[in-house]
Ligand binder design. Sequence first.
Ligand code: SF4
Length: 316
Amino acid sequence: MDFPEYSHCQLCPRQCGADRAAGKFGFCGEGAELHIAAIEAHFGEEPPLVGKEGSGTVFLTGCSCGCFFCQNYQLSTEHVGEFLNLSEATRRILALAEKGVRNINFVTPDHYWPHLRAILKELRAADCWLPVVWNSSGYSTIQTLAEALDNGVDIFLPDYKYATAELAKECMGREDYPEIAFEDIKFLVDRAGFLRPFDETGDMPASRGVLVRHLVLPGEVQNSIQILDNLYNEFGPRLPVSVMRQFRPMPQCFARGRFTRVVSDEEYQQVMDHVMELGFQRIFLQPDAGDENFVPDFRHQGEAFKGNAIAQGREF
Ligand code: SF4
């Protein structure tokens, strides 16, 4: 199946216009063939997305954000993955759904949205009505998000990584990330509301809405504080927020001499204190950063995740 969107690609805010249909690659490093790194149950998402069943994750290869410290650098930089046609990808996703996972979770979906839209149609035609999750870096065009909403995506997990143009420029080469990410979150909350039901135990599966994620970076507590202030001032205390501390230095961190360590206990405590001071009422925190096994290895098909840093939820 051919998708016209790949001919002059505008699928992400980089709008680089690559003619992927003609075999060219855009900034995301992906062409017009569906490239998938893993289709498997994953237990490292927040409890309402996981429960005992796991989240049915579909990891897309490539990324239009391109942060140098990417925790999934095998996908964003090394482009590990398998080229699948639509029917084979759909068949594998349906097989995963039949195992009883809680949702279908597309990770880094923007640059493959036309394929995912077609897969979604096939899933529904096959009577698969699991909630569908859009698990993204928070750097999307409003048009892509609107189409995702209109085509049956239920849950949105946007990152909100950088509060300042300077940090965004340093990490991903774009100054527009803070503004775009924030406008995206406003749009999604307006259209889909907050994540619900919000059950921090994980007994009740989430079925709809937005949960914002933020990864704390070593030495960048002030960035996290500004992110939290922005979210609180716009959405108030009921916005569900996940504040993660699972950062691990990746090879490019050492090459650049930046973010070469994990987040310290003191740093994470400062951020948690600010979450509490502001009065957020629905939060997921990671007081335990997990171990090295948290970093996925996508070269091991079917078992990319040896360990998971588990988020602990609280509702006040
Ligand atoms: S999705 Fe990829 S090819 Fe399309 S605009 Fe973004 S970076 Fe360019």
